[in-house]
Design a protein around this ligand. Structure first.
Ligand code: TEU
Length: 580
């Protein structure tokens, strides 16, 4: 009676190709570089790779600006290289999912080039072209928009881009504006146009025919824009318009169509990246009567350390808030739907720097966070380097930052007075997506074994002690601990399918829960105790659970018989008890 699926049992490893491994010395990672590391991935024991975009792209947003969905970016290799990678992974029993970016394309995509060429162009309706408005009839200030001197216009509505500034760009060729929720070189495609949808579905089928195992769907809950493109009306939001275009009116119709047309009957997985989502909304995507998506990436827990001023702000958040937020999703999707478990990715700072202690207790806290992600209910995602406990990078100035999102948002926040000059670098160091994008630390050599030449992003100098070579040689390393957690998942159904029950909900630093599975004649229970912080804490397994048979299955401190008896948890100690 277990509702099994390969993607529930899998551990997914995310590869950001630009920063993973460079095979040809141009300073950028590439697909042959990944092929060199497939044995590394197999040794770690992961079941599935999520590859960030490798398609042809001018690289404004590191590949999220796609100019040809069916070609590989030259710097990353060829289609033949990609096929070799797919086969190398599949031979080792590792599946491959690809990033699907269908909210927008690059402005260099042939559709957009045609679309821009004239009001009657064949592909005009593949994008959102609209006339501007008379500023007198709006609250908008023409000064805020970039138009030629003789054009006194403001855009069709007040929406803003996630990268800062307006979501509309004025185009000289036809005197109209086009919509871009991200960079202006990333125009939003128009899903209202049936021919556009058809092209995207065929493209997805083409990749499935090429043997991939699923898609990670980029900002997929932004694809439906409401009729008439009304102004955003919610004064509390940071990005004006999100109340209109997030989870828009036709999104489920589109995704239902996509599912019936492309995915139904395949055994592929889909994970939808979803900004701003409630449990009720999530169920419409992944629930029993939903759109058939396997799981969602949600971001509540990535917002705990922000104020109402959004991403470019900072507040201290507590372990208890993290526990409450993730518990809310554990419980919310307990009966239908499925969670994705992650604490970092290519858009977020390194998890050990953000949620752990990347200094004195780096090793212990990295292992504690791993224990959490691999023993909650859902599918764990490992972001490259996480298994080594890689940390944030000590950025000195904005000149070292490559990320378009950081650069533009910092500028916009400064302009609007939301961000003081003196806070900029602290915030950049804390928040920038580039923290995740420094090269993978393979060894302790000058360029960390990532490249022979200058890497496109600086290598963190802590590669002298944080690197894959040392980690593999050290049985007590974070890397070996990840392996153990991955095998535990393979051995015990309870890790994948067991119910989650929170204990000691009011404790400030302890996160304690059980996972219980009563199915197929099996009766299995694990108890997880995590001490979130640098102080010792007393912990006695709840009386109804503690028994003579309790033993510690896995821990980030020396496991011995005494440890079971001990009621003191060390700084950042994590224990998984077997109560079977
Ligand atoms: O990110 C979408 C997204 O909303 C964020 O996580 C984003 O990094 C941030 O909010 C911007 O302010 C996805 C991709 O993961 C990201 O790398 C892309 O830049 C973005 O979509 C556009 O494709």
């Amino acid at each position: 009676d277990i509702d099994r699926a390969w993607w529930k049992e899998a551990v997914v490893y995310q590869i950001y190709p630009r920063s993973f491994n460079d095979s040809d010395g141009d300073g950028l990672g590439d697909i042959p570089g990944i092929i060199e590391k497939v044995d590394y991935l197999a040794d770690l024991g992961v079941d599935c790779i999520w590859l960030n975009p490798v398609y042809e792209s001018p690289g404004v947003d590191n590949g999220y600006d796609i100019s040809d969905y069916r070609a590989i970016m030259d710097e990353f290799g060829s289609m033949a290289d990609w096929e070799e990678l797919r086969d190398a992974l599949h031979e080792r029993g590792i599946r491959l999912i690809m990033d699907l970016v269908v909210n927008h394309t690059s402005d260099e995509h042939a559709w957009f080039v045609n679309s821009q060429s004239g009001k009657d162009a064949e592909y005009r309706d593949y994008y959102w072209w609209r006339e501007g408005r008379d500023p007198e009839k709006t609250d908008l200030d023409p000064e805020d928009y970039d138009t030629p001197d003789d054009v006194e216009e403001v855009p069709p509505n007040n929406w803003e881009s996630f990268f800062g500034g307006p979501a509309w760009a004025y185009d000289d060729q036809t005197g109209e504006w086009y919509l871009h929720l991200f960079d202006e070189r990333m125009p939003d495609v128009n899903w209202e146009t049936p021919a556009l949808r058809e092209e995207l579905f065929e493209m997805m089928e083409w990749w499935l025919d090429h043997g991939i195992d699923g898609f990670r769907m980029d900002v997929i809950n932004l694809i439906s824009k409401p009729d008439g493109l009304p102004d955003g009306e919610d004064p509390t939001v940071i990005v004006e318009g999100v109340d209109k275009f997030v989870n828009g009116p036709r999104v489920h119709e589109y995704l239902g169509e996509l599912h019936d047309r492309v995915l139904d009957g395949t055994d592929s997985m889909t994970v939808g990246e979803m900004a701003d989502l409630s449990i009720e909304e999530a169920k419409r995507y992944v629930g029993e009567d939903g759109d058939g998506m396997s799981m969602v990436f949600t971001f509540d827990h990535m917002r705990l350390d922000m104020t109402d001023a959004g991403r470019w702000s900072h507040r201290e958040s507590s372990p208890r808030e993290l526990k409450e937020s993730m518990t809310h999703w554990q419980e919310g999707l307990a009966d239908e739907g499925w969670n994705s478990l992650f604490l970092n990715n290519h858009d977020e700072p390194r998890q050990v720097s953000r949620f752990g202690d990347d200094d004195e207790y780096r090793r212990e806290s990295a292992k504690l966070l791993a224990t959490l992600l691999h023993t909650l209910r859902g599918t764990p995602y490992i972001y490259q380097g996480e298994e080594l406990g890689m940390t944030n990078y000590p950025f000195d100035s904005l000149d070292e930052v490559r990320d378009v999102d950081t650069i533009k948002n910092v500028r916009a926040a400064q302009k609007s007075g939301r961000l003081d000059e003196s806070d900029v670098m602290d915030l950049v160091r804390y928040r920038t997506r580039d923290n995740a994008r420094t090269p993978m630390q393979w060894d302790d050599s000058e360029h960390a074994g990532f490249t022979d030449d200058e890497p496109w992003m600086p290598v963190n100098s802590n590669n002298d002690h944080i690197n894959a070579e040392d980690a593999r040689d050290d049985p007590d390393s974070i890397w070996h601990y990840y392996r153990d957690l991955i095998s535990l998942r393979e051995d015990r159904d309870v890790v994948v399918y067991g119910d989650y029950d929170l204990r000691l909900p009011d404790h400030e630093s302890l996160w304690v829960y059980t996972r219980t599975l009563e199915a197929e004649g099996e009766d299995d229970t694990l108890l997880v105790a995590l001490n979130f912080g640098g102080d010792e804490t007393t912990f006695e397994p709840p009386a109804d659970l503690a028994g003579d048979s309790a033993e510690i299955l896995i821990s980030n401190y020396d496991v011995n018989v005494d440890a079971v008896e001990s009621t003191t948890l060390q700084p950042w100690e994590a224990r998984v008890y077997d109560l079977a």
